[in-house]
Design a protein around this ligand. Structure first.
Ligand SMILES: Nc1ncnc2c1ncn2[C@@H]1O[C@H](COP(=O)(O)OP(=O)(O)OP(=O)(O)O)[C@@H](O)[C@H]1O
Ligand SMILES: [Mg+2]
Length: 160
């Protein structure tokens, strides 16, 4: 299942982020593909904001990983959203020190996942951003049962 959207402006990217946030499953892994400047961080940042994260949302360009406690519902575990940018990574072993297998992650947003694939959990949703003459295009692909259910909801949400 695939959904292709045109994102003529950053505001359209914002809307997609809102749709992703409002339909988000309890646990999900999202890979973000696209060339430099394609809009991966813009989408990730808007999604984190839409999930209620306040304060500074830094790009993980240098730190590789930025972690955010998710404002949970009453009684829920304090799970986190992890935003990664693996652009600088050459081999997946370089990620060992991050302790990516420690769990407690509710949402993974991974830029440049192809640089660290073997150290990452498999994706539920793959989003590929492309530069258009003006604006961007987003292609969303479901990669798991969870991803399929999510994408169906996103499709319903953006076509309303
Ligand atoms: N839908 C859009 N329409 C027009 N401009 C956009 C859109 N989405 C993002 N941009 C702009 O694209 C620029 C680069 O975006 P961003 O930093 O998100 O790219 P990136 O894919 O994360 O790049 P990198 O690989 O370097 O991390 C920003 O200036 C942003 O405002
Ligand atoms: Mg980026």
């Amino acid at each position: 299942m695939t959904l292709t959207l045109s994102l003529p402006t950053p505001a359209a990217t914002e809307e997609l982020a809102q749709a992703l946030a409002h339909t988000r499953p309890a646990e999900a892994v999202v890979y973000l593909y696209g060339t430099l400047g394609a809009g991966k961080s813009t989408l990730a940042r808007a999604l984190l904001r839409a999930l209620g994260i306040e304060g500074v949302i830094r790009s993980p360009t240098y730190t590789l990983l930025e972690r955010y406690p998710l404002p949970g519902e009453e009684g829920s575990n304090n799970l986190e959203a992890w935003h990664l940018d693996l652009y600088r990574i050459v081999t997946a072993e370089e990620l060992d020190f991050l302790g990516l297998d420690q769990g407690g992650v509710s949402l993974w947003l991974v830029e440049w996942p192809q640089h660290g694939e073997t150290a990452l959990p498999a994706p539920d949703l793959v989003i590929t951003l492309k530069l258009l003459h003006q604006g961007r295009q987003a292609q969303l692909e479901a990669k798991s049962v969870i991803g399929q259910a999510w994408l169906a909801q996103i499709t319903a949400s953006v076509s309303r």
